[in-house]
Design a binder for this molecule. Structure first.
Ligand SMILES: Cc1cc2nc3c(=O)[nH]c(=O)nc-3n(C[C@H](O)[C@H](O)[C@H](O)COP(=O)(O)OP(=O)(O)OC[C@H]3O[C@@H](n4cnc5c(N)ncnc54)[C@H](O)[C@@H]3O)c2cc1C
Length: 318
Protein backbone atom coordinates (compact mmCIF):
# COMPACT_ATOMS: atom_id res chain seq x y z
CA UNK A 1 0.00 0.00 0.00
CA UNK A 2 1.15 3.53 -0.78
CA UNK A 3 2.76 5.31 2.18
CA UNK A 4 1.27 8.84 2.30
CA UNK A 5 2.54 11.36 4.83
CA UNK A 6 0.73 14.65 5.41
CA UNK A 7 2.58 17.66 6.84
CA UNK A 8 2.18 21.40 7.27
CA UNK A 9 5.83 21.92 6.34
CA UNK A 10 8.06 19.74 4.19
CA UNK A 11 11.73 20.67 4.11
CA UNK A 12 13.82 19.24 1.28
CA UNK A 13 17.52 19.17 2.11
CA UNK A 14 19.64 18.76 5.24
CA UNK A 15 22.36 21.41 4.96
CA UNK A 16 22.48 24.47 7.24
CA UNK A 17 19.42 25.95 5.50
CA UNK A 18 17.31 22.81 5.88
CA UNK A 19 18.21 22.06 9.50
CA UNK A 20 17.67 25.69 10.53
CA UNK A 21 14.28 25.74 8.81
CA UNK A 22 13.50 22.52 10.72
CA UNK A 23 14.44 24.11 14.07
CA UNK A 24 12.29 27.19 13.44
CA UNK A 25 9.45 25.17 11.94
CA UNK A 26 9.38 22.74 14.88
CA UNK A 27 9.49 25.55 17.43
CA UNK A 28 6.55 27.17 15.61
CA UNK A 29 4.62 23.90 16.18
CA UNK A 30 4.46 23.02 12.49
CA UNK A 31 5.78 19.48 13.10
CA UNK A 32 7.98 19.67 10.00
CA UNK A 33 9.23 16.68 8.07
CA UNK A 34 12.73 17.08 6.65
CA UNK A 35 13.94 14.79 3.87
CA UNK A 36 17.71 14.58 4.05
CA UNK A 37 18.73 13.60 0.54
CA UNK A 38 21.83 11.89 -0.77
CA UNK A 39 24.21 14.00 1.31
CA UNK A 40 22.89 14.20 4.88
CA UNK A 41 24.40 17.34 6.40
CA UNK A 42 25.13 18.89 3.01
CA UNK A 43 28.32 20.40 1.69
CA UNK A 44 30.01 21.01 5.05
CA UNK A 45 30.29 17.26 5.57
CA UNK A 46 33.07 17.19 2.98
CA UNK A 47 35.25 19.82 4.61
CA UNK A 48 37.54 19.89 7.61
CA UNK A 49 37.91 22.99 9.81
CA UNK A 50 35.16 25.61 9.77
CA UNK A 51 36.35 28.80 11.46
CA UNK A 52 33.57 31.21 10.53
CA UNK A 53 30.52 29.67 12.16
CA UNK A 54 29.44 32.06 14.95
CA UNK A 55 30.18 30.76 18.42
CA UNK A 56 32.73 28.13 17.34
CA UNK A 57 36.41 29.05 17.23
CA UNK A 58 37.01 26.04 15.00
CA UNK A 59 34.85 23.02 14.36
CA UNK A 60 35.06 20.18 11.87
CA UNK A 61 32.36 20.47 9.17
CA UNK A 62 30.83 17.02 9.86
CA UNK A 63 30.73 17.75 13.61
CA UNK A 64 28.95 21.06 13.04
CA UNK A 65 26.34 19.37 10.86
CA UNK A 66 25.87 16.56 13.40
CA UNK A 67 25.14 19.23 16.03
CA UNK A 68 22.59 20.92 13.75
CA UNK A 69 20.91 17.57 13.11
CA UNK A 70 20.73 16.78 16.82
CA UNK A 71 19.21 20.19 17.53
CA UNK A 72 16.58 19.79 14.79
CA UNK A 73 15.58 16.38 16.20
CA UNK A 74 15.66 17.69 19.76
CA UNK A 75 13.05 20.37 19.03
CA UNK A 76 10.77 17.85 17.35
CA UNK A 77 11.45 17.89 13.60
CA UNK A 78 11.08 14.50 11.92
CA UNK A 79 14.13 13.67 9.85
CA UNK A 80 13.62 11.20 7.03
CA UNK A 81 16.45 9.43 5.26
CA UNK A 82 15.19 9.56 1.67
CA UNK A 83 15.54 11.50 -1.58
CA UNK A 84 12.74 13.49 -3.19
CA UNK A 85 12.42 12.20 -6.76
CA UNK A 86 9.58 14.39 -8.06
CA UNK A 87 7.32 17.23 -6.96
CA UNK A 88 4.00 18.56 -8.16
CA UNK A 89 3.60 22.18 -7.14
CA UNK A 90 0.40 22.68 -9.14
CA UNK A 91 -1.66 20.70 -6.59
CA UNK A 92 -2.84 21.74 -3.12
CA UNK A 93 -1.56 20.27 -0.91
CA UNK A 94 1.74 20.06 -2.76
CA UNK A 95 2.90 16.54 -3.55
CA UNK A 96 6.46 15.25 -3.30
CA UNK A 97 7.34 11.65 -4.06
CA UNK A 98 10.46 10.09 -2.57
CA UNK A 99 12.75 7.41 -3.99
CA UNK A 100 11.33 4.91 -1.46
CA UNK A 101 7.83 5.50 -2.85
CA UNK A 102 6.65 7.54 0.14
CA UNK A 103 4.32 10.36 -0.92
CA UNK A 104 4.52 13.59 1.07
CA UNK A 105 1.54 15.93 0.97
CA UNK A 106 2.53 19.36 2.24
CA UNK A 107 0.84 22.70 2.83
CA UNK A 108 4.15 24.50 2.48
CA UNK A 109 7.60 23.47 1.25
CA UNK A 110 11.06 24.82 1.99
CA UNK A 111 13.46 23.99 -0.82
CA UNK A 112 16.97 23.75 0.67
CA UNK A 113 18.62 21.42 -1.83
CA UNK A 114 21.82 23.47 -2.04
CA UNK A 115 24.38 23.53 -4.78
CA UNK A 116 27.61 21.81 -5.59
CA UNK A 117 30.88 23.24 -6.74
CA UNK A 118 32.18 22.08 -10.10
CA UNK A 119 35.47 20.27 -9.80
CA UNK A 120 38.08 19.39 -12.38
CA UNK A 121 37.45 15.67 -11.89
CA UNK A 122 41.00 14.61 -11.06
CA UNK A 123 41.62 11.78 -8.61
CA UNK A 124 44.40 13.78 -6.92
CA UNK A 125 42.05 16.76 -6.56
CA UNK A 126 39.41 14.64 -4.79
CA UNK A 127 42.02 13.09 -2.50
CA UNK A 128 43.36 16.50 -1.41
CA UNK A 129 40.01 18.29 -1.02
CA UNK A 130 40.01 20.03 2.34
CA UNK A 131 43.79 19.51 2.52
CA UNK A 132 44.78 22.38 0.30
CA UNK A 133 42.25 21.97 -2.50
CA UNK A 134 39.20 24.19 -2.06
CA UNK A 135 36.31 25.68 -4.00
CA UNK A 136 35.71 28.55 -1.59
CA UNK A 137 38.17 31.41 -0.99
CA UNK A 138 35.87 33.05 1.58
CA UNK A 139 35.86 29.79 3.55
CA UNK A 140 39.50 28.78 3.27
CA UNK A 141 41.58 31.82 2.21
CA UNK A 142 42.54 32.54 5.82
CA UNK A 143 44.43 29.22 6.02
CA UNK A 144 46.88 30.43 3.32
CA UNK A 145 48.40 33.47 4.97
CA UNK A 146 51.83 34.17 3.45
CA UNK A 147 51.52 31.18 1.08
CA UNK A 148 51.48 30.75 -2.70
CA UNK A 149 48.14 29.62 -4.08
CA UNK A 150 46.77 28.89 -7.54
CA UNK A 151 43.24 29.63 -8.75
CA UNK A 152 41.64 27.86 -11.74
CA UNK A 153 39.04 29.65 -13.86
CA UNK A 154 38.45 32.58 -16.16
CA UNK A 155 35.12 34.15 -15.19
CA UNK A 156 34.17 36.80 -12.66
CA UNK A 157 34.11 34.30 -9.80
CA UNK A 158 37.68 33.19 -10.49
CA UNK A 159 38.90 36.77 -10.68
CA UNK A 160 37.07 37.74 -7.49
CA UNK A 161 38.40 34.66 -5.67
CA UNK A 162 41.94 35.46 -6.85
CA UNK A 163 41.68 39.09 -5.71
CA UNK A 164 40.21 38.04 -2.36
CA UNK A 165 43.09 35.60 -1.86
CA UNK A 166 45.65 38.40 -2.33
CA UNK A 167 44.53 39.59 1.13
CA UNK A 168 46.21 36.53 2.63
CA UNK A 169 48.54 34.85 0.16
CA UNK A 170 52.02 36.08 -0.77
CA UNK A 171 51.35 35.15 -4.41
CA UNK A 172 48.28 34.12 -6.41
CA UNK A 173 48.65 32.39 -9.79
CA UNK A 174 45.49 32.50 -11.88
CA UNK A 175 45.42 29.62 -14.35
CA UNK A 176 43.18 29.80 -17.40
CA UNK A 177 42.78 27.40 -20.34
CA UNK A 178 42.60 30.20 -22.89
CA UNK A 179 44.53 33.41 -23.57
CA UNK A 180 41.79 35.80 -22.43
CA UNK A 181 39.47 35.97 -19.41
CA UNK A 182 35.65 35.99 -19.59
CA UNK A 183 35.46 38.22 -16.49
CA UNK A 184 34.25 41.79 -16.96
CA UNK A 185 36.82 44.43 -17.83
CA UNK A 186 36.70 46.26 -14.47
CA UNK A 187 37.49 43.04 -12.62
CA UNK A 188 40.26 42.24 -15.09
CA UNK A 189 41.83 45.69 -14.64
CA UNK A 190 41.88 45.25 -10.85
CA UNK A 191 43.40 41.81 -11.27
CA UNK A 192 46.15 42.85 -13.65
CA UNK A 193 47.04 45.84 -11.45
CA UNK A 194 47.58 43.66 -8.39
CA UNK A 195 51.30 42.96 -7.89
CA UNK A 196 50.62 39.67 -6.08
CA UNK A 197 48.84 38.19 -9.11
CA UNK A 198 50.57 36.11 -11.78
CA UNK A 199 48.62 35.06 -14.89
CA UNK A 200 49.22 31.65 -16.41
CA UNK A 201 47.53 31.49 -19.81
CA UNK A 202 46.71 28.49 -21.99
CA UNK A 203 47.19 26.01 -19.18
CA UNK A 204 45.06 23.35 -17.50
CA UNK A 205 45.70 21.72 -14.13
CA UNK A 206 46.21 18.04 -14.91
CA UNK A 207 47.26 16.85 -11.45
CA UNK A 208 47.58 17.95 -7.84
CA UNK A 209 50.78 16.98 -6.07
CA UNK A 210 51.07 16.16 -2.36
CA UNK A 211 50.41 13.43 0.19
CA UNK A 212 48.79 15.01 3.26
CA UNK A 213 48.59 18.50 1.78
CA UNK A 214 49.11 20.29 -1.52
CA UNK A 215 52.74 20.92 -2.44
CA UNK A 216 52.34 21.58 -6.15
CA UNK A 217 50.33 21.12 -9.32
CA UNK A 218 50.96 19.66 -12.76
CA UNK A 219 50.09 21.99 -15.63
CA UNK A 220 49.41 20.96 -19.21
CA UNK A 221 49.82 23.55 -21.95
CA UNK A 222 46.48 23.60 -23.81
CA UNK A 223 48.21 24.48 -27.11
CA UNK A 224 51.30 22.26 -27.14
CA UNK A 225 50.29 19.52 -24.68
CA UNK A 226 53.60 19.89 -22.83
CA UNK A 227 53.59 19.35 -19.07
CA UNK A 228 55.36 21.11 -16.22
CA UNK A 229 55.01 21.29 -12.46
CA UNK A 230 54.62 24.34 -10.24
CA UNK A 231 55.10 24.54 -6.45
CA UNK A 232 52.00 25.88 -4.68
CA UNK A 233 50.56 25.49 -1.17
CA UNK A 234 46.92 25.59 -2.18
CA UNK A 235 44.62 25.21 -5.16
CA UNK A 236 41.27 26.98 -5.50
CA UNK A 237 38.86 25.71 -8.16
CA UNK A 238 36.60 28.53 -9.38
CA UNK A 239 34.86 27.10 -12.43
CA UNK A 240 31.28 27.46 -11.23
CA UNK A 241 28.54 25.85 -9.15
CA UNK A 242 25.45 23.83 -10.03
CA UNK A 243 22.32 24.49 -7.97
CA UNK A 244 20.32 21.31 -7.26
CA UNK A 245 17.13 22.49 -8.93
CA UNK A 246 16.39 19.89 -11.64
CA UNK A 247 13.39 18.73 -9.59
CA UNK A 248 11.77 22.13 -9.86
CA UNK A 249 12.44 22.94 -13.53
CA UNK A 250 9.32 24.31 -15.16
CA UNK A 251 7.58 24.68 -11.79
CA UNK A 252 9.52 27.45 -10.04
CA UNK A 253 10.94 30.59 -11.64
CA UNK A 254 14.72 30.36 -11.99
CA UNK A 255 17.50 32.44 -13.46
CA UNK A 256 19.53 31.39 -16.49
CA UNK A 257 21.94 29.39 -14.31
CA UNK A 258 19.14 27.45 -12.61
CA UNK A 259 19.11 29.30 -9.26
CA UNK A 260 15.61 29.67 -7.79
CA UNK A 261 14.34 33.24 -7.89
CA UNK A 262 12.85 34.69 -4.71
CA UNK A 263 11.17 37.97 -3.88
CA UNK A 264 13.37 40.76 -2.47
CA UNK A 265 14.03 40.41 1.29
CA UNK A 266 12.14 37.12 1.26
CA UNK A 267 12.48 33.43 0.50
CA UNK A 268 9.11 33.35 -1.30
CA UNK A 269 9.35 31.72 -4.73
CA UNK A 270 7.07 32.17 -7.72
CA UNK A 271 4.67 29.58 -6.22
CA UNK A 272 2.82 30.66 -3.10
CA UNK A 273 3.64 28.36 -0.21
CA UNK A 274 7.01 27.29 -1.60
CA UNK A 275 10.09 28.94 -0.13
CA UNK A 276 13.75 28.58 -1.15
CA UNK A 277 16.70 28.96 1.22
CA UNK A 278 20.46 28.66 1.04
CA UNK A 279 22.78 27.95 -1.87
CA UNK A 280 19.89 26.82 -4.06
CA UNK A 281 18.91 30.46 -4.41
CA UNK A 282 22.13 32.26 -3.51
CA UNK A 283 25.11 32.53 -5.82
CA UNK A 284 26.55 35.54 -4.05
CA UNK A 285 27.46 34.53 -0.50
CA UNK A 286 27.39 30.70 -0.43
CA UNK A 287 28.11 30.48 3.29
CA UNK A 288 26.76 28.23 6.02
CA UNK A 289 25.67 31.19 8.10
CA UNK A 290 23.79 32.87 5.26
CA UNK A 291 22.15 29.55 4.32
CA UNK A 292 21.07 29.09 7.94
CA UNK A 293 19.72 32.65 8.03
CA UNK A 294 17.63 31.99 4.95
CA UNK A 295 16.40 28.71 6.46
CA UNK A 296 15.15 30.68 9.44
CA UNK A 297 13.42 33.21 7.15
CA UNK A 298 11.79 30.45 5.10
CA UNK A 299 10.29 28.68 8.13
CA UNK A 300 9.02 31.97 9.56
CA UNK A 301 7.48 32.91 6.23
CA UNK A 302 5.82 29.49 5.96
CA UNK A 303 4.47 29.83 9.49
CA UNK A 304 3.04 33.28 8.74
CA UNK A 305 1.41 32.11 5.56
CA UNK A 306 -0.19 29.15 7.35
CA UNK A 307 -1.29 31.31 10.28
CA UNK A 308 -2.79 34.15 8.31
CA UNK A 309 -3.57 32.39 5.05
CA UNK A 310 -2.49 35.68 3.59
CA UNK A 311 -1.26 36.02 0.07
CA UNK A 312 2.43 36.74 0.38
CA UNK A 313 3.14 40.27 -0.77
CA UNK A 314 6.77 39.39 -1.15
CA UNK A 315 5.91 36.60 -3.59
CA UNK A 316 4.18 39.05 -5.86
CA UNK A 317 7.57 40.48 -6.69
CA UNK A 318 9.23 37.07 -7.33
C1 LIG B 1 34.57 22.00 0.68
C2 LIG B 1 33.66 23.12 1.18
C3 LIG B 1 34.05 23.86 2.28
C4 LIG B 1 33.23 24.87 2.74
N1 LIG B 1 33.64 25.58 3.85
C5 LIG B 1 32.80 26.52 4.37
C6 LIG B 1 33.18 27.24 5.53
O1 LIG B 1 34.27 27.05 6.09
N2 LIG B 1 32.30 28.15 6.01
C7 LIG B 1 31.09 28.40 5.40
O2 LIG B 1 30.33 29.23 5.90
N3 LIG B 1 30.73 27.75 4.28
C8 LIG B 1 31.55 26.82 3.75
N4 LIG B 1 31.20 26.16 2.61
C9 LIG B 1 29.93 26.52 1.96
C10 LIG B 1 28.76 25.89 2.72
O3 LIG B 1 29.00 24.52 2.86
C11 LIG B 1 27.45 26.12 1.95
O4 LIG B 1 27.26 27.51 1.74
C12 LIG B 1 26.27 25.56 2.73
O5 LIG B 1 26.47 24.20 3.03
C13 LIG B 1 24.97 25.74 1.97
O6 LIG B 1 23.97 25.18 2.73
P1 LIG B 1 22.59 24.71 2.12
O7 LIG B 1 21.79 24.26 3.29
O8 LIG B 1 22.05 25.75 1.25
O9 LIG B 1 22.88 23.48 1.16
P2 LIG B 1 23.90 22.21 1.15
O10 LIG B 1 24.87 22.23 2.27
O11 LIG B 1 24.39 22.20 -0.23
O12 LIG B 1 22.89 21.01 1.40
C14 LIG B 1 21.97 20.62 0.42
C15 LIG B 1 21.15 19.47 0.97
O13 LIG B 1 20.10 19.17 0.06
C16 LIG B 1 19.95 17.78 -0.02
N5 LIG B 1 19.27 17.46 -1.28
C17 LIG B 1 19.63 17.76 -2.55
N6 LIG B 1 18.73 17.25 -3.42
C18 LIG B 1 17.80 16.61 -2.68
C19 LIG B 1 16.63 15.84 -2.99
N7 LIG B 1 16.26 15.63 -4.25
N8 LIG B 1 15.91 15.33 -1.98
C20 LIG B 1 16.27 15.54 -0.68
N9 LIG B 1 17.36 16.25 -0.33
C21 LIG B 1 18.12 16.75 -1.32
C22 LIG B 1 21.37 17.24 0.09
O14 LIG B 1 21.36 15.88 0.53
C23 LIG B 1 21.92 18.18 1.17
O15 LIG B 1 21.61 17.67 2.43
C24 LIG B 1 31.99 25.15 2.11
C25 LIG B 1 31.61 24.38 1.01
C26 LIG B 1 32.42 23.38 0.55
C27 LIG B 1 31.98 22.55 -0.64
Amino acid sequence: MEDVRRTKLLIIGSGPAGYTAAVYGARAMLAPILVEGLQPGGQLTITTDVENWPGETAIMGPDLMAKMRTQAEHVGAELVSDIIASVDLSKRPFVAVADSGTVFEADTIVVATGASARWLGLESETRLRGRGVSACATCDGFFFRGKHVAVVGGGNTAVEEALFLTNFASKVSLIHRRDALRADKTNQARLFANPKVEMIWNAAVSGVIGEDGVTGIELTDTETGSKRTMDVDGLFIAIGHDPATALFQGQLAMDAEGYILTAPDSTATSVEGVFAAGDVKDKLYRQAVTAAGMGCMAALEAERLLAHGAKSEAREAA
